[in-house]
Ligand binder design. Structure first.
Ligand code: EUG
Length: 606
């Protein structure tokens, strides 16, 4: 791994598959300067590295690594045997552990990282893992930040960094509006490649930050902000290496010489794709993705709502407009405090006391911004030629103005460096780089997301806000809520920002997260995605009919991965060798390493 403290300039896309597009370099450099300005030295934890996985002796581990090195070349196998000097930042992050450090740096850590160059090499790694019973944990690019990043769930797993050498865009079809990508293709890279070909008519559905892998984000069921929005729903066709080394293609790709795998996702028979999303049942090495046609015209709009208590009315107005596609994109309804924080300024500029920042200060600060004094901001976009947009915007305006004190902020009055224009880019399929700035709220700012799904209904929004508020107040944490509105549901995203060098801040963040997950489940809300450390808890909330779903998942896991080598514990699904041995992470400190694994006698020779 590179010595990140020695890096001076952020790599661009021409230098690294994970780099920043040149057009965004200035933004990256600004964000990086702010991050590093806020950093204080990380306390070095005593740990013996490399972390050897449970059930494997040091001698077997060393032999296994030598064997893998012989198969793939010394430059493609890196032992993780030195404590990181620095965790870097979003664009230059570690691939051995969770840079957000929610569990302390010793827990979710890799023993080594391996860099395959092809599907065939991924197969070799899988067979190797079976031979030595070494847990492996695939990442596309490792930017699942807020949910575990590049970290493996089981300490000492070998991380398979797919993206470093498997980062080709295999196809862009300008007629069908589709593409075919490998794991190391970021939204940035895909967008830039499309521009380089002059395909102005193709749009990429981009998330808040564009550095993530298209495959990784889609498999985690991430969200973009154009009308396509739901990445999983818009993918088509996977190539997958199974835990026992076979390769399969899903959908139409199963038919040799098919030319429909990127345009018809289902193929024939049961749809297998779902088994490989948020799962530990296979390693996705290629994916087809649909691209949106340029709607030939678009304009962002911004509404400010005066009172926190306007929330329910606003949400109930949104629902029918969204379902009927008058509101066309996954928009965000964000709190005023986030609008303050996304300037990149630290909290102490505004308030230097412990406990949540007082409302009076939020009101005073937001009043200084282009949006003026408000509690909620709706960032949306209308698409199509002017007369089509005008039709929809008039309906939206009439509906939103039913809320007393609602104001439409004229984009012409918003300075070009305002966050609004970043949302404008993102909703128009142009990946940007602004979202991270709220991490500077506290020094060494890390984040972890609470992400429950709810109906687009005012009373649901109020219930979730009430529980989040109560738990944040108990933990003394500022509340950063954003509602991301899908077609019939919404994801409430609450990002907790904490100083990762302070154990008490980390623990407060985790206590708050755990309490919110349980509170939400008691009311009938589940998370769409979660951090590695919370996967057991969240999986446990999906318990209908005596945990029927988990039993089913475990049966499939045991059938497809008899040695339990692939990402044990991911999504709370533990292979047989680990089950009943205390690996689940919960409110106690237990669980990180469990009580070992079932001895070798239980393992299967392939
Ligand atoms: C965000 C959105 C997400 C997510 C994590 C973060 C954005 C934060 C819609 O999904 O899972 C402002």
């Amino acid at each position: 791994m590179a010595d990140r403290s020695a890096l001076t300039e952020t790599p661009t896309l021409s230098q690294a598959h994970s780099g920043i597009p040149s057009r965004l370099l200035h933004k990256a450099e600004r964000a990086k300067a702010l991050v590093f300005k806020g950093k204080t030295p990380q306390p070095q934890q005593q740990q013996s590295l490399p972390a050897i996985p449970q059930g494997v002796s040091r001698a077997t581990f060393d032999k296994a690594i030598t064997d893998l090195t012989n198969q793939l070349g010394p430059e493609n196998v890196e032992l993780n045997d030195k404590p990181p000097k620095d965790d870097g930042w979003y664009m230059e992050h570690p691939n051995t552990h969770d840079m957000m450090n929610v569990t302390g740096s010793d827990a979710l850590v890799a023993s080594a990282v391996v860099y395959p160059s092809s599907t065939a090499e991924v197969q070799k790694i899988v067979l190797w893992a079976n031979q030595y019973r070494i847990p492996i944990f695939p990442i596309s690019m490792g930017r699942n930040l807020g949910y575990g990043g590049a970290a493996p769930r089981v300490r000492g797993s070998v991380v398979i960094d797919l993206g470093k050498r498997m980062n080709k865009i295999l196809d862009i079809d300008p007629d069908d509006h589709t593409c075919l990508v490998e794991p190391g293709v970021s939204f940035y890279a895909l967008y830039e490649a499309i521009q380089a070909k002059g395909y102005d008519h193709l749009w990429v559905d981009t998330p808040d930050l564009g550095g993530g892998s298209v495959i990784g984000n889609t498999l985690d069921r991430g969200v973009g902000y154009t009308p396509y929005g739901d990445h999983w729903a818009t993918h088509s066709g996977l190539e997958v290496v199974l835990p026992t080394g076979e390769v399969l293609r899903t959908g139409m790709g199963a038919l040799p010489h098919s030319n429909t795998s990127q345009i018809f996702p289902y193929g024939f028979g049961p749809i297998a794709d779902g088994l490989f999303s948020q799962s530990n049942l296979g390693i996705v090495t290629q994916m087809g993705m649909t691209l949106m046609p340029n709607p030939t015209g678009h304009e962002s709009f911004l509404y400010a709502f005066a009172l926190e208590t306007d929330l329910a009315q606003v949400i109930d107005i949104i629902r029918p407009l969204r379902i009927s596609n008058i509101l066309e994109n996954v928009a965000q309804l964000r709190s005023a405090v986030q609008t303050i924080a996304v300037q990149g300024r630290p909290r102490k500029d505004f308030y230097d006391q412990p406990g949540p920042i007082p409302q009076s200060i939020i009101d005073a600060e937001v009043s200084k911004l282009p949006c003026g004094k408000c509690a909620w901001l709706y960032y949306g976009m209308a698409y199509g030629p002017p007369h089509i947009r005008a039709y929809k915007l008039a309906i939206i305006d009439a509906e939103f103005k039913k809320v007393a004190g609602a104001r439409r902020i004229d984009p012409a009055t918003i300075p070009k460096d305002n966050y609004f224009w970043s949302r404008d880019n993102i909703a128009a399929g142009v990946p940007d780089f602004e979202e991270l700035l709220w991490c500077n709220w506290v020094p060494n700012g890390s984040h972890i997301a609470f992400s429950p799904v709810s109906p687009i209904r005012g009373k649901d929004a109020e219930r979730l806000m009430a529980l989040a508020k109560r738990r944040h107040a108990e933990s003394g944490i500022d509340l950063f809520p954003a509602f991301c509105v899908g077609l019939r549901e919404m994801h409430l995203i609450v990002e907790i920002v904490f100083d990762k060098t302070k154990p008490e801040a980390r623990e407060a963040a985790m206590a708050c997260m755990r309490a919110m997950v349980d509170d939400a489940a008691a009311l009938g809300y589940g998370e769409y995605r979660t951090h590695l450390a919370l996967m057991d808890q969240v999986a446990g909330t999906y318990s209908w009919n005596d945990n029927a779903l988990m039993k089913f998942n475990e049966r499939i896991k045991d059938a497809l991965d008899p040695n339990g080598i692939l990402a044990p514990g991911k999504s709370g699904i533990w292979p047989k060798r680990y089950r009943g041995r205390g690996w689940e992470m919960g409110t106690g400190a237990e669980g990180v390493e469990g009580n070992g694994v079932e001895p070798e006698t239980g393992s299967v020779k392939l």
